[in-house]
Design a protein around this ligand. Structure first.
Ligand code: SF4
Ligand code: SF4
Length: 549
């Protein structure tokens, strides 16, 4: 029986340009002259270096260990010598450098000792920790640490597992090719996911413009010892977005600000499933991935590339650089990021290197004023009001952008694509998001500094009171002719009484100067005042505790 499919709002049909890079099979990229491995390759905290310059490393050796909860390790992609641990250009829209470990390969490609994990008989948390140490993260774009997504949580299970093979963005074909060539290994990864999440059903969603991949996955599914449904979904950008694919396959909507597991669904990219299989069934950390190199090149192709391979070396595998090359994009034309230079390494997130030329990617026409045509809203797959978000972001009214669910925007670029005024809308949303994040970071830092300051003030006050109490005690002892060996209990009681009295005085004084002109303030400010007062009360209680101890 054919599965019922559901539609998500909007979407567009940009030109595909996929055939160029699917004519040749995946090639193994040769060992580069140098490997530059960034410590920050995933969402969350960067890894911490655990090797030193001059140290010999083996292929698969941990060179950066996970730090903090949302983090995974990074590994040496081959054997060689660590030549630098320093800032290096990386693939980031800001063009800023980041900490990287540079390795000069020795050409021997010697592996560390490694082997399969008996995942069916392992304690689940130990298995997740192993995946963290093996550096497994999502390869579909967000690079979220997989061990977190593979935790079924309090519900103990996630009923539906979806492998995402939709790969909707133009030019990119790495998922298409891995499904054509390594379908059985992808499903071996799905078996591990299914075990970890205790799933009832496994679905693979593939856009119907990839008939070879659909056939290969169906053939592999027929050999599985569990049911796998390979579903052809309509080719419509951004049908490969996690929320959009979930809607298409199940009819369910991920709630705003929520996660897919809230509705019992886990989604993983097919490349992630493949790397999970390599990690668990072979003990190999994530040190390579499939990358599409296409656009303004002589021989577009997919390569299996070591993480850390310089982009320029990778592009050279497709032939000499063309004279009219005008730049490089990591990812596709809709969601990719323009790279400031070709001196950046391949990272876990690098699904495609798109080489630009003015003929293939002419500069966009100048932006015109918004004419309120609402085409962007009709096309937005996240059901947002892009034109309103644009106005609020432009006016720096970030509170309003949040009210209009800015953070549900998946930055798919559909609104920009359809806008007749050629407004670079996504750039405004990225700007607004980064401003909000920066503001929140500043607020947290300011709160922390204020708490520290208030605690220090209270400590100083407490010490003053203690000194006063001691003086009072001495004076009282002199008056009563008491000797230095007066009973400890009465001295201590007198001290506590004096301190308590001083604290009460300070409290009364403080309350006396508490502003009372808050009656007409808006709810937001009242909430903020309440939070500050609660924090102060907490600090006072802490100070009080430390007095009483
Ligand atoms: S598509 Fe462009 S011009 Fe039309 S409403 Fe949206 S932002 Fe304005
Ligand atoms: S970029 Fe954001 S606002 Fe624009 S269409 Fe995509 S989800 Fe909607």
């Amino acid at each position: 029986m054919t599965r019922q499919l559901y539609e998500f709002n909007g979407g567009v049909h940009p030109e595909q340009h996929k055939h160029a890079s699917t004519r040749r099979p995946i090639a193994i990229a040769p060992l580069p002259k140098v490997l530059v491995v960034p410590l920050r390759q995933h969402i969350g905290h960067p890894a911490k270096p655990v090797v030193a310059v001059g140290e010999q490393v083996w292929k698969g050796q941990t060179i950066g260990q996970a730090e903090g909860y949302v983090s995974v390790a990074v590994h040496a992609p081959t054997s060689g010598t660590v030549t630098a641990i320093a800032s290096h250009a990386v693939a980031h829209p800001s063009g800023l450098a980041d900490m990287c470990i540079t390795i000069a390969p020795d050409g021997l490609d010697r592996w560390i000792e490694h082997g399969a994990l008996d995942y069916r008989n392992m304690d689940p948390s130990h298995l997740r920790n192993q995946l963290r140490e093996l550096g497994i993260a999502g390869l579909g774009g967000a690079v979220f640490p997989s061990f977190i997504k593979l935790n079924p949580g309090a519900a103990q299970k996630v009923p539906t597992l979806i492998l995402n093979g939709a790969e909707c963005e133009p030019w990119i074909t790495c998922d298409d090719m891995i499904m054509r060539e390594r379908a059985a290994e992808i499903l071996a990864g799905a078996a591990i996911m299914r075990h970890m999440l205790r799933c009832d059903e496994v679905l693979v969603g593939i856009e119907d413009n990839k008939p070879e991949a659909i056939a290969a996955m169906r053939a592999a599914a027929s050999q599985c010892d569990f049911a796998v449904e390979v579903v052809a979904v309509p080719t419509l950008y951004p049908g490969g977005g996690a929320k959009q694919l979930i809607k298409t396959l199940t009819g369910k909507e991920v709630p705003s600000g929520g996660r897919s597991t809230d509705i019992g669904v886990a989604t993983f990219n097919v490349g992630t499933a493949y790397s999970l299989h390599r990690a668990v069934n072979h003990g190999e950390p994530l040190i390579s991935r499939i990358v599409t190199v296409t656009g303004n090149v002589h021989r577009p192709q997919n390569f299996e590339v070591l993480i850390g391979t310089p982009l320029a070396e990778l592009v050279r595998l497709t032939g000499a650089t063309r004279d009219d090359t005008s730049g490089y994009v990591m990812g596709g034309p809709m969601m990719g990021i323009d790279l400031a230079s070709s001196d950046v390494p391949v990272v876990k997130a690098t699904n495609c290197i798109l080489v630009k030329s003015p003929a293939l990617f002419p500069p966009p026409p100048p932006a015109m004023p918004c004419i309120r045509c609402t085409r962007c809203a009709q096309a937005c797959p996240a059901d947002l009001q892009p034109q309103e978000l644009y106005w609020f972001a432009r006016a720096k009214n970030f509170g309003k952008t949040q009210e209009y669910n800015l953070f549900d925007c998946i930055e798919c670029g559909v609104c920009t694509y359809v806008c007749p005024s050629h407004i670079p809308l996504v750039q405004y949303y990225r700007y607004a998001k980064s401003e909000i994040w920066a503001k929140e970071k500043d607020k947290k830092a300011a709160d922390l500094a204020r708490e520290r300051h208030e605690f220090r003030q209270l400590r100083i006050e407490r010490e003053k009171q203690e000194r006063a109490a001691k003086l009072a005690q001495k004076a009282s002892a002199r008056l009563t002719g008491a000797t230095a060996d007066s009973p400890d209990d009465s001295a201590s009681a007198a001290k506590k009484d004096a301190i308590q009295a001083a604290i009460e005085r300070a409290k009364a004084k403080k309350e006396g100067i508490t502003p009372r002109n808050i009656d007409n303030l808006p709810a937001e400010q009242l909430q903020e005042i309440a939070e500050i007062e609660a924090r102060r009360a907490r600090i006072r209680a802490m100070a009080q505790d430390s007095v009483e101890k």
